[in-house]
Design a protein around this ligand. Sequence first.
Ligand code: BGC
Length: 745
Amino acid sequence: MKKINPSIIYPIENWQVSESEYTLETNQRSETIFTVGNGYIGIRGCTEETMPELENHTLPGTYINGFYETAPIIYGEAAYGYAENHQTILNVPNALPFEITVDGEKITLFSGKITDYSRKLSFKTGLFERQFTWTSEKTGKQLKIIFSRLASFTRKHVAAIKINIQPVNFMAADIQVTSSLQGAVTNQEHDGDPRAGAAFSGQVLNTEKVIQQSGILGLFQRTTSSKLEIASGIKHSIPGSVSQKQDFWSESWQFDGSTSIEISKFIGYATSEKDNIQTLCTELEKASKAGFAQLVQEQVDYLDLFWNRADIGVTGDDALQQALRFNAFHLLQSVGRDGRTNIAAKGVTGEGYEGHYFWDTEIFIFPFFAFTQPEIAKKLLEYRYSILPNAKKRARDLACSGALFPWRTINGEEASAYYPAGTAQIHINADIMHALKLYTEVTNDTDFLNEKGLEMLIETSRFYMDYGDFVEGRGFTINGVTGPDEYTALINNNTYTNMMVKDQLEFLLTSLTDEARIKFNISDIEIKNWTLAAKNMYIHRTNSALIGQDDSFLNKGKWPFETTREDQYPLLLHFHPMKIYQKQVLKQADLILAMVLQSERFSDEEKQVNYDYYEPLTTHDSSLSPATHAIIAAELGRMEQAVSFFYYTARTDLDDYHHNVKDGVHTAAMAGSWLTIVYGFAGLRIKNGELHFQPRLPDKWTGYQFRITFQGRIIEVQTTTSGTNFTLIQGNSIQLFSDGNPIQL
Ligand code: BGC
C-alpha cells in the first residue's frame, strides 16, 4: 500500500481544533481548517484585521452554497454536445474586516508584540475564536483582543462576529474601531493545478443598490454572466458613524480606553429568495434583536442534538477520535439542506473544484446523513430531483432517452470540460439511485420514493437502456464509459458501472407501482427489457476469481511503479493522460468500491483475490480512495492495512496529506472516516432490508462506538475488547444480526 508519513499539524484535542502559532506559509491551510459554515454560508478562518503582510498568504473567502458565476468553456477543438459553461462558486462580499487603532497605531499580527495567540474551532459550540495580546512597541500599552465567530445553524442567512477588546495595563487611550463590508471581491486565479482556480478573473459582482435601513448597511449585487442576485449586509450592536463608498460600507467608533469594549456584528446574505433585500433585512433585524449570546446558545442546542445522533468515537487513539469529530462537524457545516443545494467536494471552505457537486455526495457522504440526519439526506435527494429536467435534456445531448445527471455541477448543467473523466462517468446516475435505495431502506419513506424517487429511477434507467446494448453472446453491455477510476478512461463494461446499473434496475422493478406505469407510460416491453438487462448484465469475469475492471484492463501493461518517483504523484500532474490510460494503474478504488456497495454479489474468494490484485495498482491519488480500501481490508481481516487506510482517510485534512487543504477540505474523505468505522470495522450491510453487522476491533484500540438512525429508531453500537453491545436508544424493538446471529433489541 502507498506509504503515508503522518505528521500531526494541529494539537490533538477531543472537541476542537486549534493552533497557538500564526505561520504565514501555512496560513491558507488553517483558513480552510477553521472555516465556519452552516451549509449555506461558509466563511474561511481568516483574520478580521487586514494586513499587507498577508498578501499571497491569505484567501479571504466567504462563499454561499449554490451561488456561482458562469463563463463559457473555451475548447481548442470542440465537438457536439460538449459541456458549454463553467460554473464557479463565487467569493461574496467580505464582512469580516475590523480595524483597531490605539493612539494612532494599527493593531495587526505584524505590528507590536503578539503573545498568547490562538485560533480555535469548537465542535460543541460551533464557535470559532481568535485571540491574542498585543503590546505596543512604542508605548508599551497592552490589549487583549478576542474575536468570536459563528455561522448560525438555525438561521440560514446569518453569521456573526463578536469583538472584545480589553485594555490590560492602562486606563486611557484613544481607541478607534472600524468595521466594514467589502463588496469588491474576486476569486482565486489558476495556479496551474486543474483542481483549483476560476475560469474568469476580476470582479464579477456588480453593485446595483446600496442598502441602509434601521442600522443595516448592505449591498445588492448581481453577477455579470449568471445574473444571480445577492443581498449582503451587516448590522452592529452599537451605533457608530457610518460611511459608504461604492461597494464599501464602514462603521466606526471611538473609545477612551477606560473599560473593555464589546461590539457584535451581525452578518447576513440572501440569494435565490423571492425578495433578497427583504429577507436580508428581516433576518438581520431578528438576529440583532436576539443578540450574540442567544445565537451562541442556539448553536450549542443544535449541536447537542446533532451529536446525540452523530457522535462517533474510537477509544485508544485520540488522533483518530479528534479526526472523526472534526470530519463529522465539517460535513454538517458543508451540507446544503434547502433542497436547492447539495454538498460540494470542498464544502463551503474554498474554491477547489469550483464548488461543484459530484458523485462524492451520494457514494461517500450520503450514508453519513442517511444514518444520522435522514432529513438532511432527503434534502440532498430533493436537490437531484430539482435538476432532473436538466438531466433529461442532457440525455438528449447524448442522443438518448431518459435522463443523465451531470458529472459535476452546481446549477444542474454539466460543467465538466474534460469529458473522458467527466461526462463519461455515467455511473453518476446509478450512484444517485443507490442513495435513493439506501434512503428508502433506512427511512421507509415510500412517499418520497413514489412522489419523486420513481421518476428519477425510471428516467435514469431509460438512459442506461438506450446507452447500452444487448450483444449476442455477452448480454447487456455498457460500452464507452469511464468508471470511478479516472486513470482508466473510455472503456467498455466497467464492472462497477454495470453492477450498479444491474442493482438499480432490480430496485426499479421491485419499486414500480401501477400508478407509475401509467403516469410514465411504461409498456410491458420496456419492463421486459429492464428485466432482461438486469438478469444478463455483462460482467467481465475470467476463468479465475479475478474480475476485470473492464473489458480491456487486464490486457494492459502494468504502470512502472518502481521507477516512478515520490514527487511524481499525483500522476495526473506529471504524466499525459494517454500514458496513464494505457497502463494498469488506478487513481482510486473502482472494482473494490463495487465490492463494498454490492457486497453480496461477490464471493469471499473474489474479494480476497481482487483486493490483492488491485490494491498494489492503486495510487490513491484521489482522496476518495483510502476509505474504500479500509472497508474491504477490515472485511478481509487485514486489520493493520485497514487501520493505515483509515488513518489516511480520517486525517486527510487535519494532516494535509494531499498538500492542498488550502483550497478546501475533502468532504468525501471526511465522510470516508465515518464509513470506515460503520461499514468497515463494524461491518454494517443492509441485507433484505435488515441490519447486519460483522464487528471487528483492531488490536491497537480498546473500542469504538457510534449511533445510527434506522426506520425511526436510534441504535447505539459499542465495541470493546470484550465484544459488541447493541442498544436501542429510541424507538420500537427491532431484530438485527451480528456475525449472522439474530439479536432482538
Ligand atoms: C476524483 C473524483 C471526484 C472528484 C471530486 C477527483 O479527483 O477522481 O472521483 O469526484 O475528485 O472530489
